[in-house]
Write a protein that binds this ligand. Sequence first.
Ligand SMILES: [Zn+2]
Length: 182
Amino acid sequence: MWGRPTSAAGVAAFDTTTPMDGGNPARMVFVMHAECTFLPRELASLHALGMGLKDEWALAPYGIDDATDAFYERHLTPKDYLWLSADNLNALVWGLHDWAHFHNHGAFEERAMTELQCDVSALVWLTLNKEAIGIDDADIERVILEMKEISKGRFEGEGKPFTAPYFDRAEIDRLLGYASPA
Ligand SMILES: [Zn+2]
């Protein structure tokens, strides 16, 4: 589940212009809706502005890998504990990436390859839900291109060739099953 602030006029306030960056996304946090003291936590209101949150807890931003391990070890489903608060496109994409990350448990040895799977999952979800999010095809194209650069940088950092074909709208549509078979 994803939440975003509502403006005074009752309209969803969501910034679709933020560029994708590879760092800790601003104004993105996983808010806890069930007791999960086994996870590192911080006050949600520190990271989710304008959401009317008061004393709710959130997964500490540094705790994504901890949560991945903890959910796996305890056989828990992330959606039973967390919802995503994100008020801008960069934050939403990284939230979706992290959501996929929670489900990709294993030895984190091939970082670029593992992150690639999270990126592609995020891009598919983003495209699938574009109307609900309120973004258009141009926004999606931009996100795909910017995520491609980040992914490419990870592979280069590991000295590996970057051959992933997935950072392409047609390829994302193919994964969605929208495009007709060739
Ligand atoms: Zn990841």
